[in-house]
Design a protein around this ligand. Sequence first.
Ligand code: PMP
Length: 381
Amino acid sequence: MKRLRELHPYVYGEQPNIKGLIKLNTNENPYPPSPKVLAAVKAAVDGRLRLYPNPTAQALREKLAKLHRCHENNIIVGNGSDELLALATRCFVEPVSEGGVPRRPNLGSRGARPSGIIQYFTPSYSLYPVLADIHGAARNAVPLKSDFSLPSIAELKDGRGKPPKGGTPNRWILDAALTFVTTPNAPSGRGYSTRELDALCKAQRGVMVLDEAYVDFAGENALKLALKYPHILVARTFSKAYSLCFQRVGYFVGHRDLIAALHKIRDSYNVNGLGQIAAEATLDDLPYYRANFKKIIATREWLSRELTKLGFRVLPSRTNFILARPSRFSAPAWRQSLRVQKVLVRWFDRPEVKDYLRITIGTAAEAEALVNAVRKILTRR
Ligand code: PMP
């Protein structure tokens, strides 16, 4: 298939197995899951592995419904939130090409078929354009403002953003079939207020996913908007704040009709049994995790101050990572020098962020090691 031959897949963060490497490149949590979670998973490893897990993650959905004060019909659990983001594209967006016969994409600003458009801000989570390409949907990438804040509704309607390269339309399309908003934003770390997100929800007519992968490190969340509007889904994950990347558990909260539509097309047993058990046990031990959020936030603020003193321009973050523009030499050169010092950070070869490093917040000791490595590099160069 032509579309597949030309597809640029999602670029994963490296997972190298190097002894002593400080891994600050994939926004993993530096603290392990709670001892109660580890015990629950270990206790479940026995002959029952031969059985299929609960197909709807019923017990987990019940616990989540209680936590979020909604009904279990407002919740779908996925194999990581990535699975649910992909399901949403299949569920709510008409592919541009059908039956293997490519149709000319009919793009937004030039008279779009909104039912075939996936819309998102740039920069944001780099999976969204890949999902659009896999599905054969038209992409509408609309730039955030230069400080990564959200354009106002008036600005979005006017399309006052800078025209992106490659002729992609940048006028915001209120009835795009599916819109993804990373909030707090990745990779900038910037937080958005519930008030401005509410205004966006009110204006938007197509389905919109508020991707709150990092929200536990922010001051506020927009979950209530998923329960207020019929076209809004909030995406959450156990990966980052709850130290469970390995188990792959994420979920959507939203109107029961949207959730029912997603349930119709998911795999029968999309959430593995040990993942369900780990996530349930996590919800039984939330104070353990809340203490970790506090530690990570304190380290984030300390590291931001220290790197600023060393000449980095650090953007304020509401997440478990920071975006920092180094001085003296280029961001990719810094990435390489830090790697030599056994500190792994992320650099994105994308125009809006190519001058920055994205640094995951590790433990206090890891943050200190990073600062020491930066000092060493600065004195050597
Ligand atoms: N959304 C955002 C913004 C992310 O950065 C990630 C992690 N790369 C995800 C969703 C997916 O997380 P997971 O599939 O581990 O739940």
